[in-house]
Design a protein around this ligand. Structure first.
Ligand SMILES: Cc1cc2nc3c(=O)[nH]c(=O)nc-3n(C[C@H](O)[C@H](O)[C@H](O)COP(=O)(O)O)c2cc1C
Length: 306
């Protein structure tokens, strides 16, 4: 008997299953490839890439919290050129690669996207409009509908590759932000990025992170993420990639039911580098048990009692 069809179309990116890794939690794929055959995944999303290399924030940059973690990495990355030259060729050709992009100005995002578009190995780009812990850039784009529109318009002109926009949860109306992106030609949305957060050491009375503020991820944010995916999916018709606290297959299925076409696994990979692969397998097993032949049929099937 053949297994269930797990394939989905994420805004023009054909995925063999709906599970990707989330940006910043899986390096460039090469680091984790010895532990997990990346072809078990729908794809990987790279660490956010900038025009020039960045060394990120000073430590401490990561701290555990109840039900999650705080981070303020500050977008450390090798830069787009080193990624194309050294990291991308090291990945197996059958691995679907979505490149995450960050900049402090529209022109920087556009330039990075243009360079990425020179490689046939880049299946799509995901623009990180939502990083909550750099001094300029992300937060403004992700929180202001007019700036977000300018960004998506500028990047749309720079690339014909499938364009995903990663939204910030640190907004009042996620539906408004989603609608802006769809209107400017985004092919899909990814949500959510981390929630802006703070934790304190009472002995020193200092913030636990050197950057003071960080981004909260992990199971603690999952219900917020589910709510936002559901609201965004009702506002737009482009596909959504759900992110936030997905630790197992059941969590991933919740996102599909709430309207996500695919999901990304972040913090879970810190506990177990094979987590995303296990989640993809778990979805297949669940679909087989439930007699669901096409996982795409599950998307957006949340039953609201009358
Ligand atoms: C250590 C760390 C680094 C991250 N770096 C990035 C990044 O570079 N770009 C980005 O778009 N999101 C980044 N994120 C956010 C994740 O991709 C994801 O949106 C968020 O962690 C929520 O998913 P999770 O709860 O499964 O971790 C990072 C998250 C963590 C924990």
């Amino acid at each position: 008997m053949s297994g269930p069809d797990l394939s989905v179309d994420l805004g023009g990116i054909a995925l063999r299953n709906p599970v990707l890794t989330a940006s910043g939690t899986f390096g460039y794929g090469t680091e984790l490839a010895p532990f997990l055959d990346l072809r078990r995944l729908g794809g990987i999303v790279t660490k956010s890439l900038t025009l020039e290399p960045r060394s990120g924030n000073l430590p401490r940059r990561i701290a555990e919290t109840q039900g999650g973690m705080l981070n303020a990495i500050g977008l450390e990355n090798v830069g787009v050129d080193a990624f194309l030259r050294e990291k991308l060729p090291a990945l197996h050709p059958d691995v679907v690669v979505v490149a995450s992009v960050f900049g402090t100005e529209v022109e920087q995002y556009a330039e990075v996207c243009e360079r990425l578009s020179t490689s046939t190995r880049v299946a799509g780009v995901e623009i990180n409009a939502s990083c909550p812990h750099v001094k300029s850039g992300g937060i403004e784009f992700g929180q202001n509908p007019r700036l977000l529109a300018d960004l998506v318009r500028g990047v749309r002109r720079a690339t014909s590759r499938p364009l995903l926009v990663k939204l910030s949860p640190n907004v009042t109306s996620i539906a408004e932000m989603a609608t802006v992106c769809e209107g400017e030609g985004a092919d899909a949305l990814s949500l959510i990025n981390t929630l802006q957060a703070l934790d304190v050491d009472v002995e020193t009375r200092r913030p636990v992170l050197r950057n003071v503020l960080g981004g909260l991820s992990g199971p603690a944010i999952r219900p917020v993420a589910l709510r936002m995916v559901w609201q965004a999916s009702r506002a737009v018709s482009i596909p959504i990639c759900g992110i936030g606290g997905i630790m197992n297959a059941e969590d991933a299925l919740k996102f599909l039911i709430c309207g996500a076409t695919a999901v990304q696994v972040g913090t879970a990979s810190y506990l177990d580098p094979t987590a995303a692969g296990e989640i993809a397998d778990g979805i297949a097993q669940w679909a087989r048990r439930r007699g669901i032949s096409r996982i795409a049929d599950l998307v957006g099937t949340l039953e609201i009692p009358g």
